[in-house]
Design a protein. Structure first.
Length: 185
């Protein structure tokens, strides 16, 4: 090989490595900006969303355990406020939490579904629905936390996990409805 050929090969290798480095830097910068934007959007709603999920679960559990109609009315009103708070956040979080907003909407039905089971305290359907709803709330909260920390939308695995828990929650309610067809709206 001549010195011109060696110089040409070295220049070609340097050019290729420069192009690769440039591409990696652009990609890294784009990913960084995307993560920052995702975090910024979630940051505006994360506290309120966490409170709404917790309040929906807590008020539903307490509503299920109430003994008097007066206490039930009080907790029913609180659960409606929590549910409405959650439902008002869902449209705002559609894009940052792409793939799980329908599951959030299903989760917001927890107080209503628990209310349906109160008339049938001898069965354990209310507890089962409440437990499955609480588990759904937990996996949704974990997903939201991971999205905030990593600065990305929910992963496919997280979406599948939430969909599976949503299916279990719906199945618990369907089982109750199937056993009490005339009493459930």
């Amino acid at each position: 090989m001549t010195s011109e050929t060696v110089t040409l090969i070295a220049a070609l290798i340097a050019a290729i490595s420069s192009i690769i480095t440039l591409w990696l830097n652009v990609r890294s910068q784009y990913s960084s900006e995307t993560r920052i934007a995702q975090r910024a959007v979630l940051e505006n709603f994360i506290v309120e969303l966490g409170e709404a999920i917790h309040e929906t679960t807590a008020t539903s559990k307490i509503l299920l355990k109430t003994k008097t109609e007066e206490a039930a009315k009080n907790w029913r009103d609180r659960s409606i406020v929590a549910k409405e708070k959650l439902q008002s956040l869902i449209p705002k979080l559609r894009y940052p939490l792409w793939g799980i907003t329908d599951n959030l909407r299903t989760f917001s039905r927890l107080p209503d579904w628990v209310e349906h089971t109160r008339k049938f305290s001898e069965s354990n359907h209310g507890e089962k629905i409440c437990d499955e709803g609480a588990k759904l709330g937990d996996v949704i909260e974990i997903c939201i936390k991971n999205s905030y920390i990593s600065g990305r939308v929910p992963t496919r695995f997280e979406i599948l996990r939430i969909q599976y828990q949503t299916w279990k929650f719906k199945r618990a309610y369907k089982k109750f409805k199937d056993e009490n067809p005339k009493q459930v709206d």
